[in-house]
Design a protein around this ligand. Structure first.
Ligand SMILES: Cc1cc2nc3c(=O)[nH]c(=O)nc-3n(C[C@H](O)[C@H](O)[C@H](O)COP(=O)(O)OP(=O)(O)OC[C@H]3O[C@@H](n4cnc5c(N)ncnc54)[C@H](O)[C@@H]3O)c2cc1C
Length: 459
């Protein structure tokens, strides 16, 4: 590997957290390896569009977007940057890679590992979510940012997340057709959380400006939505039916984007030795770290993969984790700078806790999800099947038993899409809290990899 003469430091994830970490290490005279499965740097939020398309999307003109990309450009020749490279497992201080789809035989050894793997959508399934024309909210954003395409002409953004509003604004700005926001959280809850959100004043100001902009453009926003069902015709989305308060409503649309916030990508962290614990603020299992992102010997976590915090917090957390790494390597660090970075990061984290309070995970809805609703799309397992097995396993607190008996979460996505929903459905069926269950164990490969045919026939 090409760490040159310094210690071998591998960073996974070229989003704000990974770029922030790389910047600190380069300034300390090191040449880290920066790996990302994406084609271009920037991560999820600061995704760069395909340069051959010449797109001019508004979000790419934002100051922080431009700054992160400028930091990366200044670094690029001083790091070993490996795009289109998936880390599919970590074991014994080696990362296992697939480069442009091809599995690399030997592991990439490292002395220190900084995981900045980010997050993906957190989804509460609804009847009809397997119809053609239904996307995750993040998927809808990726299509827009990467390719400049809209998922439909009449798009409903459904769920509860600040990203619903952001994505809707990005769609409108890009000239997509009609956009409607159906938010499961009542507006009063957002107002109640506003003081906490204001711990990072820019987050509150941006949110208020976003809302005002959407209203000025005439976007319909319905809060406190419940019981949503996606209706189809010939297997495609044709509309949505829901309750707004007590009022039944129906809306024609040809695409739905669903998102209930973000779920940290924790599988590699756990494989590398991090311990997970249930976090009641973000309603998911998150890795335990110290204040600087240390999760195990030689393992550092930063960004949304460690704690949902947004892009600004991710960059700061990446810088903090890299400083911790340097300190552990016996390098001198600027302690006053470390404290400044931590303080700023913590303000964003506190603000994000306010957002999590304002945009609630619809826990109450899992008990009412019709039995026939598919939970696990990979293995076609319904809510009813998970409920029946969960009830039959009274006293068994491990969701992995439910997985073994139903195949829920056993498919290509390895529960990354359905895991949290499956736990909620199982817990509700037993009238328990989700945290009473243990979460899905990670299994390599953490994402699907291509195994060539000859290797298969040798097995
Ligand atoms: C789809 C999506 C769209 C978003 N859009 C916005 C937005 O428009 N505005 C906004 O403010 N926030 C947005 N967010 C939130 C924002 O992206 C995050 O808060 C921020 O990007 C977190 O930065 P990060 O560095 O922690 O992770 P990310 O930016 O998510 O970067 C993580 C990187 O790790 C890589 N990675 C993960 N696992 C592996 C692996 N096993 N092997 C190799 N590479 C791996 C990913 O490809 C990714 O590039 C979005 C989030 C998502 C999921």
């Amino acid at each position: 590997m090409s760490h040159m003469d310094g210690p071998g430091i591998v960073i996974v994830g070229a989003g704000p957290a990974g770029i922030g970490a790389a910047d600190v290490l380069v300034r300390a005279g090191l040449r880290p390896v920066l790996i990302d499965e994406g084609r271009r740097p920037g991560g999820q939020g600061y995704r760069k569009s395909d340069p051959t398309l010449g797109l001019s999307l508004g979000y790419a003109r934002a100051a922080n977007y431009k700054r992160i990309h400028a930091v990366f450009t200044a670094l690029e020749t001083q790091i070993d940057y490996r795009p289109e490279t998936l880390v599919w497992s970590v074991d014994g201080r080696a990362a296992y890679l697939a480069e442009r789809g091809a599995v690399v035989d030997a592991g990439l050894s490292y002395d220190r590992l900084i995981l900045a793997t980010g997050a993906t959508d957190k989804i509460a399934p609804v009847p009809g979510w397997t119809l053609t024309g239904v996307y995750t909210l993040g998927g809808a954003q990726v299509i827009l940012k990467d390719q400049g395409c809209s998922i439909g002409r009449k798009v409903v953004f459904y769920g509860s997340s600040p990203l619903l509003y952001l994505a809707a604004a990005q769609y409108i700005e890009a000239g997509a057709g009609k956009v409607t926001i159906l938010d499961t959280t009542p507006f009063a809850r957002k107002a109640a959380a506003s003081l906490k959100i204001a711990r990072a004043p820019s987050v509150l100001c941006n949110g208020v400006a976003l809302l005002a902009g959407l209203k000025a453009r005439g976007v319909t926003i319905v809060s406190g939505v419940s019981g949503l069902r996606i209706d189809g015709e010939d297997g495609r989305v044709a509309g949505v039916s829901f309750q707004a308060g007590r009022r039944p409503m129906r809306l024609d649309c040809d695409a739905v984007a669903i998102g209930h916030g973000l779920r940290a990508e924790t599988q590699l962290a756990e494989l590398a030795g991090a311990e997970l614990a249930y976090d009641a603020t973000f309603d998911q299992w998150l890795p335990r770290t110290d204040a600087d992102g240390r999760a195990a010997d030689g393992l550092y976590l930063a960004g949304d993969g460690a704690r949902i915090g947004g892009a600004a917090a991710a960059e700061l957390a990446g810088r903090v984790a890299a400083m911790a790494c340097l300190a552990d390597l016996g390098r001198s660090i600027d302690k006053a700078e470390l404290i400044r970075l931590r303080t700023r990061r913590d303000a964003y984290h506190a603000s994000q806790e306010g957002l999590a309070q304002a945009f609630a995970w619809p826990r109450h809805a899992f008990a009412d999800l019709p039995d026939e609703t598919v939970l696990c799309r990979c293995e076609n397992v319904t809510a009813g099947a998970v409920r029946a097995v969960a009830r039959s396993l009274e006293g068994v607190s491990d969701i992995n038993r439910v997985k073994a008996l139903t195949r829920c979460g056993m498919g290509r996505c390895q529960a990354r899409m359905c895991g949290l929903a499956a736990v909620e459905v199982a817990a509700a069926a037993r009238q328990e809290a989700a945290e009473a269950l243990t979460y899905y164990r990670p299994q390599p490969p953490v994402k699907p990899i291509f195994i060539p045919e000859p290797a298969l026939s040798e097995v």
